[in-house]
Design a protein around this ligand. Structure first.
Ligand SMILES: Cc1ncc(COP(=O)(O)O)c(C=O)c1O
Length: 463
């Protein structure tokens, strides 16, 4: 018999892990969800998790840890200062980010706050491809003006483009020449704008402009591994380069970064800052001791540091990244087949529905994305997140509202938590919801909101 020794290639994509421990899902009825939603004032952040069937609210801190991470928890050294866990964490971070100083924090937003505060004396503006909500809130509280300069393709939600997360370089150049800029922040990938990646070329050119104008270049890098995978797939010179090498190259262009470890850190809590500048590091540590804790734990337990040390490495494994991005694409392709208007192409951690197009009869003033999310939850138990005017609009002093350029419903996929059949359920739920209910929705009215990060606590009523 002539048996071929070639490695067989199979088309079926499987999760590159086996499941050792499971959590139950509670199946409630529409009638029950209607009451839950009313009690939560139509705000899905206020809905108890037990009342959710499939939870796509966020990919932040919601992932499943590996058996290796769980076993490393026992190794956690809980010494107040100089714990072994800190050194393992620091080594792991430095093996990727390759910056001399590493400052742990309890999560990403404290890393943002501490780093941006030290940069405050340098200028009035923060320029970005697009800041995420917590970064924006921290920057505003610190008194910065914010200039989001996404590339022109970003606004064409229905067109495909490889790197919609790019910053607009000519606009950046003008801003750096004309304004007093404290720092430039590139969010990789761009969470507020469809989870779209930033190219290595754009990162490199941003770094050149920042150097020319003497302005620090910061990466908001919580999805650095997903961004590295997109660079590998879409920028030909990186085709044969490993995700680790790509990540190192990305960080080599930056002066500093802040990272929420709850995404590609594959941990349920944690964050950190990396810097090259010793003086700025000392300033960060001074703030850290007052607000987070000693610089070798920064608000985290030793066991959290162990989980992050391993998680950062696991996020860069090719089999994982191939599955991760394909998993998001699977959901994207199925929803596209149904005919849903999606931000094109699929993001790294999420699929985004363009609610202005999905609910064209609802004006922006009636918050179509919030309305879609709330309606879908009541209909199916699928929880999603509004990324639109509730999150990014503002109430002006005269009581009138400003609205965001996009009204998106984000379906964020927690890492290693759901399977392909869960995604099939989500697609069936959305397809039926859109067919049967969308036309009868009229929008929502915001009846109460806080001045900062209002999407977490605002109250709504159906129109
Ligand atoms: C791009 C980006 N930056 C910063 C953060 C804040 O991180 P954390 O939730 O750990 O405070 C998030 C969280 O979702 C994010 O997506």
């Amino acid at each position: 018999m002539n048996i071929s020794k070639k490695e067989p290639v199979f088309k079926t994509l499987i999760e590159p892990f086996k499941i050792k421990s499971v959590e139950p899902i509670f199946f409630n009825t529409r009638e029950q969800r209607k009451k839950v939603l009313e009690a939560a004032h139509l705000n899905l952040f206020l809905v108890p998790a037990k009342e959710v069937i499939i939870d796509l609210l966020t990919d932040s801190g919601t992932g499943a840890m590996s058996a290796n991470q769980w076993s490393a928890l026992l190794r956690g050294d809980e010494s107040y200062s100089g714990s072994e866990s800190f050194f393992r964490f620091q080594n792991s971070v430095q093996s990727i980010m390759e910056m001399p100083h590493v400052v742990p924090t309890h999560q990403g937003r404290s890393a943002e706050r501490i780093l941006l505060k030290t940069l405050k004396p340098r200028g009035e503006y923060i320029v970005s491809n697009m800041l995420f909500d917590t970064t924006r809130a921290n920057a505003e509280i610190l008194g910065f003006n914010i200039l989001d300069l996404p590339c022109p393709e970003f606004y064409q939600t229905q067109e495909d483009f490889d790197f919609k997360g790019n910053i607009n370089l000519p606009d950046l150049e003008s801003a750096l020449s004309e304004k007093s800029v404290a720092c430039v922040v590139l969010t990789v990938t761009n969470n507020s704008g469809g989870g779209q990646p930033v190219s290595m070329e754009n990162i490199k050119n941003t770094s050149i402009l920042c150097k020319k104008h003497g302005v620090p270049f910061v990466l908001d890098a919580c999805r650095f591994a997903e961004n590295s995978w997109f660079i590998k797939q879409r920028e030909s010179e990186y085709k044969n380069v490993s995700p680790l090498q790509i990540a190192r190259k990305m960080f080599s262009y930056a002066d500093m970064c802040f990272v929420s470890a709850k995404k590609d850190g594959m941990a349920n809590i944690g964050g950190f800052i990396c810097l090259r500048d010793t003086k700025l590091t000392e300033e960060c540590k001074r703030d850290l001791i007052v607000s987070e804790g000693f610089p070798t734990y920064g608000g985290l337990a030793g066991r959290d540091l162990e989980a992050i040390a391993l998680g950062l490495q696991e996020a860069l494994e090719e089999s994982y990244l191939h599955y991760r991005i394909s998993f998001v694409e699977y959901l994207y392709n199925k929803l596209k087949q149904i005919g849903l208007p999606l931000v094109r192409p699929a993001g790294g951690h999420a699929v985004y529905i363009d609610a202005k197009l999905a609910l064209p009869h609802i004006p922006v003033s009636a918050y179509p994305a919030q309305c879609f999310s709330a309606g879908l939850y009541e209909f199916s138990g699928v929880r999603t997140c509004e990324i639109g005017s509730v999150m990014f609009g503002r109430e002006k002093k005269d009581g009138t509202q400003t609205f965001h350029s996009q009204e998106l419903v984000r379906l964020a996929l927690p890492r290693r938590v759901y399977t392909f059949s869960h995604l099939d359920y989500v697609c069936e739920a959305i397809e039926t919801f859109v067919k049967k209910e969308a036309a009868s929705l009229k929008g929502v009215k915001m009846i109460r909101s806080a001045s900062v990060l209002r999407h977490f606590s605002a109250h709504f009523e159906w129109l």
